[in-house]
Write a protein that binds this ligand. Structure first.
Ligand code: PEP
Ligand code: MN
Length: 354
């Protein structure tokens, strides 16, 4: 088995670290054709291919199983690409190791189930294979963190996250809604590398370019992109896979910024400390506002006036939103901020009434 330090995967002199390959391993010919094409794209470091596919219905194509692992190994030997596949149960881990797969990923449907994660952690004990953990289907940061903790406890330490978006109760242009704050939360908590799986996030080809750029702008460490020489004939996820030529085009159009972008660490530290000062001022202003709100509450109570006066609140919010527009601030952010502040004021005044 090839040995490498996971950190070195993400050192990217030639652009972002890419995992690419078909959604599913379908045939020997398909794998040789795609592996050869991808080996010519320097940024692609890992060839992905689903061997066991978690499908909604049992009549759908569920992957090739062990036979597919042979083709993945052959593709690796012929091109020198590293390989990765999805594992959902201990038997998958055993077979993937037998066929010298270089990295594993745990799919979004598996990460929702702590019993499955524990069984995988037990099966992985004593190995040092890198494991990528996809976010769970539901937007639950704790569940995602829990999966990392279970693997870490089993001694699996070469871990990274894959952000592939979340199921959303509303219709959105994405197959899986990004909710970028969740992977940011994961990195803040665990400091693990993050790869953005733009294919499962977008679910179509149109959104891939902008989503890839956005992911990199948010300091994603790499991208997972499904690629197939004949996407329209793919047995799974045919609407979101792209050809190697389109992949090359997508990569060439990406602007790749370093995490500190030419700025000296000192400039960056200076600006960060200014932000910290501004945050402190904001907190002091909030405390003053809440004090005033308490005084107003006491006045209302002694004069028997209701806590909420809807007309006044609607006017204040409209004024603030107009001001926000002049200042170039995001309307949604300002609206939720003032709604939260107003709610806290009302709650505080209502408590005076009891
Ligand atoms: C996959 O990458 O093939 C896959 C099934 O993805 P997810 O677990 O993100 O749905
Ligand atoms: Mn897929």
């Amino acid at each position: 088995m090839l040995m490498f330090d996971l950190k070195s995967w993400f050192a990217h002199p030639s652009g972002p670290f890419l995992i690419s390959g078909p959604c599913s391993v379908e045939s020997e010919k398909q794998m040789m054709e795609i592996a050869l094409a991808l080996s010519k794209i320097t940024q692609v470091k890992v060839l992905r291919g689903g061997i066991w596919k978690p499908r909604t219905r049992p009549s759908d194509f569920e992957g090739k199983g062990e036979e597919g692992l042979r083709w993945l190994l052959q593709a690796k030997r012929e091109t020198g690409l590293l390989t990765a596949t999805e594992v959902a149960i201990p038997a998958h881990v055993e077979l993937a190791l037998k066929y010298e797969v270089d990295a594993l990923w745990i799919g979004a449907r598996t990460v929702v189930n702590p019993f499955s994660i524990q069984a995988l952690a037990d099966a992985l004990k004593g190995t040092d294979i890198p494991v990528f953990i996809k976010n769970p289907v539901s937007p639950d940061l704790k569940l995602w963190i829990g999966a990392f903790e279970r693997l870490q406890k089993a001694g699996v330490i070469r871990l990274a996250g894959i952000h592939r978006g979340f199921q959303h109760y509303k219709e959105t242009p994405y197959r899986n809604f990004p909710m970028w704050e969740i992977p940011i939360g994961l990195v803040q908590k665990l400091n693990v590398p993050i790869v953005t799986d733009i294919s499962h996030m977008c679910g179509n080809r149109d959104l891939l370019q902008t989503t890839a750029q956005y992911a990199l702008d948010l300091a994603s460490d790499g991208l997972m992109i499904e690629c197939h020489c004949h996407p329209e004939a793919a047995l799974t996820d045919s609407q979101q896979q792209i050809t190697p030529d389109s992949l090359k085009e997508l990569i060439d159009k990406l602007e790749f910024r370093s995490k500190t972008s030419g700025m000296s660490e000192r400039d960056l530290a200076g600006m960060r400390s200014e932000i910290d000062d501004i945050d402190k001022e904001l907190l002091q202003l909030l405390a003053r506002r809440m004090d005033l709100s308490t005084q107003i509450g006491q006045y209302k109570k002694s004069h028997n006036v209701t806590v909420v006066q809807m007309d006044r609140w609607n006017k204040i919010l409209a004024d603030h939103l107009a001001m926000a527009e002049i200042l170039g601030l995001e309307k949604d952010m300002v609206q939720s901020l003032f709604e939260a502040i107003h709610k806290a004021s009302v709650d505080r005044q209502a408590r005076l009434d009891t």
